[in-house]
Every structure is written in structure tokens, then in C-alpha cells.
Design a protein around this ligand. Structure first.
Ligand code: UD1
Ligand code: PEP
Length: 423
């Protein structure tokens, strides 16, 4: 099993390229199932989750090929099996995003329930409730959601849907389903994440009629059919935020090419309050840090966009543990997203948790150790802590990291980090 060996203590300097967003690419690969015409996605990141999604759609009979430059061409004209089996869904929750498009285009779909994951229980009841409101009949049997349209119907019908909570993939599934439904769908309490907006823009390029994306009310007028398109995946704000925290914690200076500062307001505000200089510049984001010892630890609560993202909580904590003072971090989205804490303690951090709250007291130094990654962003936080710690840190189980970071160690090496992949 691959591990990362980090020799800490070097400030990061230079330029790094931000890849396309995992959380936009995954729904957009599923959006290509809505049409029989070819779809081209540009700027698709090289991630294990993307490989899994390609496997999932190929398994349905879809032709999908990717080139080295990040272009993926999808042709779902021969899609023969509208099914997502457990073996593929279990490794990636986002597989549930196949449900809405398959049901909308073929009137039937069988998709494994994703189950929980390390960070929480992660039910999909809101996806099911929304599709039922659009007329789908869905039963859950043997761990599968078996969905179809009632006899005599060929299309979903538009509906007004208010989800019980803001759900990102729930909004995306219902948005995709609604594009081919009969009549108008209104999604209330919709997620406003930039990845939802990017997906809506792709769907519009395919001929969908959508208004209000980027707000909490999205209106969709269903159309008879969608056509092919070429769409560029938006830059990954979480990857960019991760590099910002890494540069801030190590005390360096960097330009993040293609980084979208306008998608990272909550994180950038906290970095500035901590004492780093962060500026949007032409084509990216520039950061300059006086070093963790000169930064002030920052408290925050994770919330839906545009609030502080839960997907940045662990990485910002890695900065807080070596900053000055005490900070309180509250995780409000997932019930089990502090698993990096015990591993950070092994490097010398001082953190106390009580339910959804973590209190962090900055320390002057961390010392390298072997630590175990438990989930995607926890892995990233351990890498950042390793970059700061003295001596060697080995981050084990980095298959979690490979799910969602495109060549992370190569990019960090490009910024001067001493990091290598070992067996
Ligand atoms: C592939 C993808 O885009 N993943 C992102 C997406 O996950 P994902 O879309 O799975 O997360 P949601 O926004 O759906 O989850 C938000 C909260 O709602 C709950 N919930 C959600 C749906 C549902 O049917 N029932 C229910 O109870 C969840 O358990 C969670 O507590 O948004 C999360 C929150 O920003 C991010 O951390 C993930 O990186
Ligand atoms: C939790 C995440 O992803 P997923 O929803 O794919 O598990 C993440 O990207 O941090």
C-alpha cells in the first residue's frame, strides 16, 4: 500500500497549477448520460474517483475515453444497462449521481445505496424523496434503489421540491433529473456550491433551461431532449484551499494558477485574519505567509457554501495546530469528521474534542511520526502537518488522498517540499 514520506521544515515557494474540481467532474460525467450525443469534458482531474466513475459508466455500455491532457469524451448513445452495482458504488459515494440522469432519460435505474463512509452516515433519503415527488416509483431492496416510472409514463414530471437540508449531490441529482422532466421543477433550499453552478452551466450548454443556479431556488423547465456539449470543469476550490493552508503553515509564498479566490472567500478571510497575505491576481491566487509561528489560530464553523467548507476543516486545523493562541472549530455538516485529530496528536498537536467541537491550542513545534490517513481531507491535513513537523512523517493509507488530489506530491515537490511516495 502506498505511503507518503515527508521530511518537514521547508517553506513552500513557487507556482502550482490548480486542477479541475473532483466535485464538479463527478456529477458532470453523470450529466453526459442525459444525452445520446457525444459530450467532451475538459480539465478533468486525474483522480481515482474519476477512474471509478469512468468504470461505472463504461459498465453501463457507455464509451468513455480520457486523454493525458485531461479531456474526457463520453458517448452514451449505446447505454444498455442503467445500473450502478455495489462493487463500484461502495468505493465512491458520488456514484449515486447516476440515479437522476438514468431515470430521466431511460425511465428506469438500479443504483446501489452508497452506505455510510468514514466521515458520517450520509443517507440519500432526500434524493429519493425528490425523485418520488417527480413521479418516480422507488423501492429499496437488497441494498439497491430500484427506480422506474409508473406504467404509461415516459417522463418524470416537474415538481416543487424543498429538501429537509441543503444537500449538494441531492441538488445535483434532482437538477439533472428535472432537465428532461415534463414541465417546471423548482428546487427550494438548493445547494449554492460553485460545483452545482458549474454543473448547471454544463446542462445549459446541453440545451437545458435552468435559472437561479448559485442561489437557494433553482427553476428548471424540462425539455424533450438534451444535446452534446463541450464543457470545461471549474477549478477545484478545495485543492486550492489545501495549497493555501500548506503555504501558510510552512511560511512560504506561492502563486496558485487557475485558483478561484471568488470561490474561497470564507477560507481566504480566515487566512487573512490569521496574518497571511492572500490576493486574487490575474489567472490565480497569490499567498505570502510570515510562517505559522507568526500566524494567529482562527476559529470557524463549517457550513454550506458560501460558509466555511467542511472539506477544508481538516486542512485549516493543520495550520491552527502550529499557530499562536487557541481556536475553536465546529463541524456542523458531518458527525464524524475529526478523525485526523488523533493522528495530529501523534505529531505533537494539542487538541481537545467534544462532539462537534474541537479546541486547538497552538504549539511551537511538531515532530514527525508515522500517521494513518482515514479519509480524503484528513489525509491532506496530515500531509500539511508533516510539511511543518521536524524530521520524517510517514502518511499511511494514502489511497484516500488519491481519490481526490491530482498528483499532490508532485505538485508539492514543485513548490520545494521534500516528499515522496513509498511502498
Ligand atoms: C461528491 C461531492 O460533491 N461531495 C461533497 C458533497 O457531499 P454530499 O452531497 O454527499 O453531502 P450533502 O451536501 O448531501 O450532505 C450534507 C448533509 O446532509 C445530510 N443528508 C444529505 C442527503 C440526504 O439525502 N440526506 C441527508 O441527511 C448528510 O448526511 C450531511 O449531513 O457535499 C459535502 C458537503 O459540502 C462535501 O463534503 C462533499 O465533498
Ligand atoms: C467528502 C468528500 O468527498 P465525497 O463526497 O466524494 O466522499 C470530499 O471531497 O472531501
Amino acid at each position: 500500500m502506498d505511503k507518503l514520506l515527508v521530511r518537514g521544515g521547508r517553506p513552500l515557494h513557487g507556482e502550482v497549477q490548480v486542477s479541475g474540481a473532483k466535485n464538479a467532474a463527478l456529477p458532470e460525467l453523470c450529466a453526459a448520460l442525459l444525452t445520446a450525443e457525444p459530450v467532451t469534458l475538459l480539465n478533468v482531474p486525474r483522480l481515482q474517483d474519476v477512474a471509478t466513475m469512468l468504470k461505472l459508466i463504461r459498465n453501463m455500455g457507455v464509451a468513455a475515453e480520457r486523454s493525458e491532457d485531461g479531456t474526457v469524451r463520453i458517448d452514451a448513445s449505446q447505454l444498455s444497462t442503467p445500473e450502478a452495482p455495489y462493487e463500484l458504488v461502495k468505493t465512491m459515494r458520488a456514484s449515486v449521481l447516476a440515479l437522476g440522469p438514468l431515470l430521466a432519460r431511460f425511465g428506469e435505474a438500479t443504483v446501489s445505496l452508497p452506505g455510510g463512509c468514514a466521515i458520517g452516515s450520509r443517507p440519500v433519503d432526500q434524493h429519493i424523496k425528490g425523485l418520488q415527488a417527480m413521479g418516480a416509483e422507488i423501492v429499496v431492496e437488497h441494498g439497491y434503489m430500484i427506480a422506474k416510472l409508473p406504467a404509461g409514463r415516459t417522463r418524470l414530471r416537474g415538481a416543487r421540491i424543498t429538501t429537509d437540508m441543503v444537500t449538494v449531490t441531492g441538488t445535483e441529482n434532482l437538477l439533472m433529473a428535472a432537465t428532461l422532466a415534463e414541465g417546471e421543477t423548482v428546487l427550494e433550499n438548493a445547494a449554492q456550491e460553485p460545483e452545482v453552478t458549474d454543473l448547471a452551466e454544463m446542462l445549459i450548454a446541453m440545451g437545458a433551461q435552468i435559472e437561479g443556479h448559485g442561489t437557494s431556488r433553482i427553476r428548471i423547465q424540462g425539455v424533450d431532449r438534451l444535446h452534446g456539449c463541450t464543457h470545461r470543469v471549474v477549478a477545484d476550490r478545495i485543492e486550492a484551499g489545501t495549497f493555501l493552508c500548506a503555504v501558510a503553515a510552512t511560511g512560504g509564498e506561492a502563486l496558485l494558477r487557475h485558483g478561484r479566490a471568488d470561490h474561497l472567500d470564507a477560507v481566504i478571510d480566515k487566512l487573512r485574519e490569521a496574518g497571511a497575505r492572500v490576493e486574487p491576481v490575474e489567472g490565480g491566487i497569490r499567498i505570502q505567509s510570515p510562517g505559522a509561528a507568526a500566524l494567529k489560530a482562527q476559529g470557524f464553523r463549517t457550513t454550506e457554501y458560501p460558509g466555511f467548507p467542511t472539506d477544508m476543516q481538516a486542512q485549516f486545523m493543520a495550520l491552527n495546530i502550529v499557530a499562536q493562541g487557541t481556536a475553536t472549530v465546529t463541524e456542523t455538516i458531518f458527525e464524524n469528521r475529526f478523525m485526523h485529530v488523533n493522528e495530529l496528536l501523534r505529531l505533537g498537536a494539542r487538541i481537545q474534542t467534544d462532539g462537534k467541537v474541537a479546541v486547538i491550542e497552538g504549539v511551537e513545534r511538531l515532530s514527525g511520526a508515522t500517521v494513518m490517513a482515514t479519509d480524503l481531507r484528513a489525509s491532506a491535513s496530515l500531509v500539511i502537518a508533516g510539511l511543518v513537523a521536524s524530521g520524517e512523517t510517514v502518511v499511511d493509507r494514502i489511497y484516500h488522498l488519491d481519490r481526490g488530489y491530482d498528483c499532490m506530491e508532485a505538485k508539492l515537490r514543485g513548490l520545494g517540499a521534500d516528499i515522496e511516495r513509498i511502498q
